[in-house]
Design a protein around this ligand. Structure first.
Ligand code: SF4
Length: 701
């Protein structure tokens, strides 16, 4: 019997996990979610993956934070201390809301009064709603008086956004992933959609089944390659060599769309000159793909009537992440595969609202809608809207903030729903930074690794307990509805941000969430014609929407680009090696990523019994031949080490991992992969090189 038949009520909402944005229906009985089913949303058409269908039990975890907490006077902030939920009360004492909020905003105000707002920083959340993201960035800009506000987009697609803004004048996708069904040739590179965007992957597989050419390119093998026309495994960190060789082939063989290039782009001649030296024959030994294969996939994409490119963090998380994206943009532009159904550029977004949080201005260089914080006209507009002088310089990014803490420039932080003590690279450095803060306010639903370092912890609401809008990877703005009340004394995130702002003298008087949305939408041209009522009525509205009663535009750039001259800019790239190459001391390549069952730092999925039962322990994956050659046995405990630290975990044999490589998921608090990762940044997107570090492995002591 279906459990939904016993439900007391059913609530329509959206999935709290990835950027696909599946619509859900949650069945509730006796204050518990008893089943989640997929609705026929534009992104999922009734489908859900394991996380969306079974991962909801994190909401009722006994480890949820239910009361405000204040750090005990004598509790150490030792960065090396190990986190344990059971030890929470040794370090923190329960407090009233009044005491906690006064201490939270009081500590921030002390720093502002003494050192200025530039001594503070805030991390908002891509798991929160658009309204929370808008309020959070406004609080940092208006209440703190700084642009030091960022979120996890810095760690996933910041380099993609940098390249897209530079190239096509917009950081969002040009077509939805469902357009794969209309495409003749689909490139998926540096992404593992079956693990990280499982419902989107169903469209790619179906397109291949219907006859489209599917080209899957990645340094690790993956199951999606079984459905692909071409599964291309290339050397890690050598994306530019492969992509420039494809561009070289297309230009050399006269497969470019000259009409499109002339009408809609600039910079083609410089690209043509640059890629002359990137012949497939010369690049083959560098990228590890045979010259013939490079030519074959380049021809397939260029000759297609409609070609589309999807990419993930395998492209973006490199010191040359922006260059990688520039190559993909050039590939689409020179073949005219932009601005028509079944064509385009689509960075697959990671968290459920990373698109919306970025759109809402939760980034240090942009106000909402990617308007520069250094543009005097815009500064004046926002100073008018928010009633105070604003910071005129772009703020610090995620990793830069950690450095600034060590340098004594940042002294206090407010972190809402992010977990930098797991997600930042080089964790010894990041955790030491958090531990050294004079004042840290953490607002979360769990006692995260970051909360361990907090002075005040504000218990907040899970996605199942809040009302608000979310924007998925397809630019579809959707409504999440509350299913349950927050546990204990936990409060709504938006109300807590308002309380902190008012503690700093902002005098905000929002009546409710739609009131916040109305202010945000009035400042964001992208949300024109998309009222709260319309989203509630239609369930999902794609931006931009040309009129209140017209459907949103799924495909953009049909007639030009939102750049100064209306043209897309082609930017040639050079070959930049990974920051830290393997050597005799550290001979292996370590790469990190997610798993189907676990999402990001694991705060939610590790507390879901349904998901954690599938993947309960930290593992390092290695090719079976490497395991044999190095004298290990699968299942044994091993220690993986880089120049930044070591962790001990279980060895797993995995033929997807190529020889000479190690793969570690970054979601396990018992063995945080980011103790090992390289904090070197892409100079444009400021994203760390999570995908490549020199490493070694030995049997655990
Ligand atoms: Fe949720 Fe993403 Fe899975 Fe859809 S594909 S159910 S949005 S995790």
């Amino acid at each position: 019997t279906r459990r939904t038949e016993y439900a007391e009520r059913k609530v329509e909402s959206v999935c709290p996990f990835c950027g696909v944005g599946c619509q859900t229906e949650l069945s509730v009985k006796e204050g518990k979610i008893i089943q989640v089913e997929g609705r026929k949303g534009p992104a999922n058409r009734g489908k859900l993956c394991i996380k969306g269908r079974f991962g909801y039990d994190y909401v009722l975890s006994p480890e949820r934070l239910t009361r405000p907490l204040i750090r005990r006077e004598d509790a150490p902030k030792d960065a090396r201390a190990r986190l344990s939920f059971d030890r929470l009360h040794e370090v923190f004492r329960e407090a009233t809301w009044q005491e906690a909020l006064e201490k939270a905003s009081g500590g921030l105000k002390t720093i502002i009064d003494r050192d200025g707002g530039g001594a503070l920083a805030g991390f908002g959340s891509a798991k929160g709603t658009n309204e929370e993201a808008y309020l959070f960035q406004k609080l940092v800009r208006q209440g703190f008086g700084t642009n030091n506000v960022d979120h996890c987009t810095r760690l996933c697609h910041a380099s993609s956004v940098a390249a897209l803004m530079e190239g096509v004048g917009s950081g969002a996708v040009s077509a939805p992933f469902t357009d794969a069904e209309k495409s003749d040739c689909i490139i998926i590179i540096g992404a593992r959609p079956e693990q990280n965007h499982p419902v989107a992957a169903t469209y790619f597989k179906q397109a291949a089944k219907n006859g489209a050419t599917l080209i899957v390119m990645d340094p690790r093998r993956q199951r999606l390659m079984r459905h692909a026309t071409h599964g291309v495994v290339f050397e890690p960190g050598r994306d530019v060599a492969l992509l420039n060789a494809m561009i070289h082939t297309i230009i050399e063989e006269g497969l470019t769309d000259e009409q499109y290039i002339q009408a809609h782009t600039s910079g083609f001649e410089a690209l043509k000159e640059k890629v002359k030296g990137f012949t497939p024959e010369e690049m083959a030994p560098i990228c590890g793909v045979a010259a013939d294969e490079i030519r074959t996939i380049a021809r397939a994409f260029a000759r297609a009537e409609r070609g589309i490119i999807f990419w993930g963090m395998g492209i973006s998380q490199h010191v040359h992440g922006t260059d990688n994206s520039r190559c993909l943009i050039a590939l689409a532009l020179i073949t005219g595969h932009v601005g028509r159904p079944g064509t385009g550029l689509h960075p697959l977004r990671g968290q459920n609202n990373v698109q919306g949080a970025s759109d809402a201005g939760l980034i240090p260089m942009f106000y909402p809608d990617y308007k520069s914080v250094e543009n005097p006209e815009l500064i004046a507009r926002y100073e008018d809207a928010w009633g105070r002088p604003l910071d005129h310089a772009r703020g610090l990014t995620v990793v830069e903030i950690m450095h600034a803490i060590h340098d004594g420039e940042i002294k206090g932080m407010y972190v809402q729903g992010e977990n930098p003590a797991m997600s930042d690279p080089d964790q010894h450095h990041a955790r030491a930074a958090l531990a050294s803060l004079e004042h840290l306010v953490v607002q979360d639903i769990f006692f995260t690794e970051t909360a361990w370092h907090a002075d005040v912890i504000l218990p907040a609401s899970s996605q199942a307990e809040k009302l608000g809008t979310y924007t998925n990877s397809n630019r579809q703005v959707q409504l999440g509805r509350p299913v349950l009340d927050p546990p204990g004394e936990a409060r709504q995130d938006w109300e807590l941000i308002v309380a902190i702002a008012n503690g700093l003298g902002c005098n905000w008087t929002y009546a409710d969430v739609p009131d916040v949305y109305a202010e945000m939408a009035a400042l964001m041209p992208s949300l024109a014609n998309i009222s709260w009522e319309r989203i509630a009525r239609e369930g999902a509205v794609t931006y931009p929407a040309p009129a209140p009663d017209a459907p949103g535009k799924e495909v953009i750039f049909e007639t030009g680009f939102p750049t100064d001259d209306g043209r897309a800019r082609i930017v040639p790239t050079d070959l930049v090696p990974p920051d830290e190459l393997p050597d005799a001391e550290f001979p292996l390549v370590l790469t990190t990523g997610r798993m189907l069952e676990h999402w990001h730092t694991g705060a939610m999925t590790r507390t879901s019994h349904a998901l954690n039962a599938q993947e309960p322990e930290p593992v390092v994956s290695m090719h079976p031949r490497d395991i044999g050659r190095m004298g290990f046995t699968r299942g044994q405990q091993v220690t993986v080490e880089t120049r930044r630290g070591d962790i001990t975990l279980t060895l797993r044999a995995d033929r997807d991992v190529t020889e000479g490589m190690l793969f570690i998921p970054f979601c396990f608090r018992e063995a945080p992969a980011n103790f090992l990762t390289n904090p070197s940044l892409d100079p444009f997107g400021k994203i760390p090189e999570f995908k490549f570090a020199a490493a070694r492995i030995r049997a655990a002591d």
